[in-house]
Design a binder for this molecule. Structure first.
Ligand SMILES: [Fe+2]
Ligand SMILES: [Fe+2]
Length: 250
């Protein structure tokens, strides 16, 4: 069994950021002791250096291995430089060899812009990492902030990747198992071919739609099934989807 925590859109520094929510989420995640925690961007509100310092203080409390990618808010005010200085590289690969798993982190942010783009060089890197992973029969996860496929209940679509069509083709052709994103603050799952496209809610801000609650996702992978569970802060946990595991790791 592999357990993944998918956390997104902390928005540290926002007026509607709530440190109590983030502390509660970190406590719950550490109690679950996942094999990896994947944070899909917007860890800060404005990309300010001090916001990254504070965000890192929280992230350091997470006890599991972690992959963090930047979001559009993190790329404001040369936040891309602060991200690299305080968190780690804006994109990269995390191999969990004992779990036969490869996580490919991508930077979809553009300085001071809200829209997302991967670009040809990162696309080529993703494709080659997916090929390497397939040769070793690894479970393949892609983490990026912006969604590749539109998310329901989010109004007019403006922020899907500008190169979404190209990236979607590479993801499907490369037989990625899981694509994790944030940005819209709406937890959702699309199953396309053999890939699950999962978006997370905001974990610690009140930038919410209607009566939605802040949340994070837990993904439980067994030999037989993959289940994506929505963990609401101040609410119940509920299964979003459970489907057959065609990859067979463990
Ligand atoms: Fe966000
Ligand atoms: Fe965002």
């Amino acid at each position: 069994m592999v357990v993944i925590a998918h956390v997104s859109d902390l928005h540290v520094g926002a007026f509607n950021f709530r440190k109590k929510l983030l502390s509660e989420a970190i406590e719950r995640i550490n109690d679950l002791n996942p094999d990896v925690v994947i944070v899909t961007g917007d860890i800060t509100e404005n990309g300010y250096h001090m916001e990254f310092v504070l965000a890192e203080e929280y992230l350091e409390m997470i006890e599991s291995p972690m992959m963090v990618v930047p979001g559009n808010h993190d790329a404001r005010h040369v936040g891309n430089e602060s991200f690299q200085e305080i968190i780690h590289q804006r994109y990269g690969t995390l191999n969990l060899n004992n779990k036969n798993m490869k996580i490919i982190g991508m930077d979809s942010s553009e300085p001071d812009l809200n829209y997302g783009k991967i670009g040809r060089s990162q696309q080529a890197r993703m494709e080659s990492e997916l090929i390497k992973a397939r040769k070793k029969n690894l479970y393949k996860i892609i983490a990026l902030h912006h969604h590749i496929i539109p998310v329901p209940k989010t109004g007019r679509e403006r922020n899907v990747l500008t190169d979404a069509g190209d990236i979607l083709k590479s993801v499907i052709d490369g037989k990625a198992d899981l694509v994790l994103s944030g940005h819209k603050h709406v937890p959702h799952v699309w199953l396309v071919e053999n890939t699950a496209f999962v978006t997370a809610g905001t974990v610690s801000s009140l930038k919410l739609r209607g009566k939605d609650l802040p949340s994070f996702n837990i993904i439980n992978i067994t030999d037989e099934t993959i289940e994506i569970v929505l963990n609401q802060l101040g609410g119940k946990s509920k299964s979003i989807v459970k489907y057959e595991n065609s990859c067979k790791i463990n």
